[in-house]
Design a protein around this ligand. Structure first.
Ligand code: AMP
Ligand code: MG
Length: 400
């Protein structure tokens, strides 16, 4: 059985960056740029007033100046300031010809003989000179940069309506299990509601996947083969359930029938030991265990980094070292990943603390439902006392 590190290494070795596509900027939000973004004109394009106040000529210190006009944002530059005069100016307006500085309204004092200026005025104060933010032809965003809200602002200022980005992963979620019904149904007898399907869909959304197809298959090989045939156009197929050793765990046989190559099956970890990883041509297939916490953990640890890599992002956020707030027991022969709650503030000693939120079993997502991280314990079968430093991976946009 391979270790979690080997498993992640293999997954990432098969995760290739998707091709790029030209998308409307609003649809590209959160995606990764595949082209450099070049500035179309100097910014600001004119000497821009950065304060409401008065545009003054050289030598205005301490003088009372007559107001000879008004400059408003968006108006043409048609006024001139000369000696002993000034122009009332608004933030964003183009400074009049002859303006040496802009004196803020609160620093100037209206009087009988005009507006009295302060004793000190610096050359160019409160004026953003043309090109001081960026120059024509300058590259401000590069391939690999994320389309963040700030980047959307930049793209809009540059007049870019569409942008070339790495296209997001196309995903299929295949739930297996003849016992499953949907969340809006009332379970009779031993039926249970499908929680993995919606949970995986939600995690995929956090990982930046826009297009997901969800299909349910019964616990027989034909049903699973049929769903696998309907998902050939997807970059990744997430399968839930049916990968353990039971008689009705038909996923491995169905994968063999559709010609998928199994890269590994079973990882030395708790939860998520039955995890299977396969590929069919370029497509990656994750056989996630059906137990909900195992399913969640395996997506967090393996599928999310693959999705992120394929979308041109770093595979995951970095692990954090935190101090264990309560004792834990490591597993004798496999890595143990315990849900935890990482404090969001540094206490006085500047050491982040993590509170274990252990599950009752690999099926239990209720005890850990407020977890915001996984704590990783190396194999050893020993007590890990409170106060120990442990490695923690947060559940966030970078790690789901
Ligand atoms: P399996 O991996 O198919 O053997 O399933 C292991 C356990 O997880 C069983 O108790 C299943 O009923 C449960 N399970 C499987 N799939 C789901 C699902 N989509 N939602 C909730 N529980 C599930
Ligand atoms: Mg099952």
């Amino acid at each position: 059985m391979i270790s979690p590190e080997e498993a992640l290494h293999l997954v990432l070795a098969y995760a290739e960056v998707r091709p790029s596509a030209e998308l409307p900027v609003m649809k590209a939000m959160g995606m990764v740029l595949a082209e450099p973004i070049t500035v179309d004109r100097d910014n600001p394009p004119f000497p821009r007033a950065m304060m409401d106040g008065y545009a003054v000529p050289f030598g205005a210190e301490g003088k009372s100046l007559a107001v000879v006009g008004e400059a408003m944002a968006g108006h043409d530059r048609d006024i001139t300031v000369t000696d002993n005069s000034c122009v009332e100016i608004m933030t964003g307006a183009c400074c009049p010809i002859g303006a040496y500085a802009v004196v803020a309204r609160e620093d100037a004092h209206p009087g009988a003989s005009g507006i009295r200026m302060p004793g000190h005025i610096l050359a160019g104060q409160n004026i953003a000179s043309p090109g001081s933010e960026c120059h024509t032809g300058e590259v401000v965003l590069r391939p690999g940069d994320r389309v963040t809200p700030l980047a959307v602002g930049v793209l809009a200022s540059l007049g870019k309506m569409t942008v070339r980005v790495i296209r997001p992963v196309r995903l299929a979620i295949v739930t297996t299990g003849s016992e499953l019904i949907t969340a809006n149904e009332v379970p009779a007898g031993t039926r249970i509601r499908d929680s993995n399907g919606p949970m995986l869909w939600a995690m995929a959304r956090v990982a930046g996947v826009a297009r997901t197809r969800s299909i349910h298959a019964k616990d027989d090989r034909e049903s699973i083969v049929e769903t696998l045939q309907r998902t050939v156009d997807r970059d990744i197929v997430l399968m839930s359930g049916g990968v353990s050793a039971g008689r009705y765990d038909c996923v491995p046989a169905a994968l063999a029938e559709v010609g998928a190559e199994v890269i590994f099956h079973k990882v030395s970890q708790k939860p998520g030991k039955p995890l299977l990883f396969a590929r069919r041509g370029q497509q990656l297939i994750f056989g996630l265990p059906g137990n909900p916490l195992s399913c969640h953990f395996c997506f967090h640890r393996y599928a999310a980094p693959a999705i992120r890599t394929m979308q041109g992002m770093p595979p995951s956020g970095t692990a954090i070292i935190a101090q264990l707030a309560g004792p834990l027991q490591s597993e004798p022969d496999r890595a143990y990943f315990v849900p935890g709650w990482l404090e969001n503030r540094f206490p006085e000693d500047r050491v982040l603390r993590v509170h274990p939120r252990p599950a009752r079993s690999s099926a239990d997502i209720f005890h850990p439902c407020q977890a915001n991280c996984y704590i990783e314990l190396a194999p050893g079968g020993s007590e890990v006392p409170a106060g120990c430093r442990v490695s923690v991976t947060p559940l966030n946009a970078a790690n789901c």
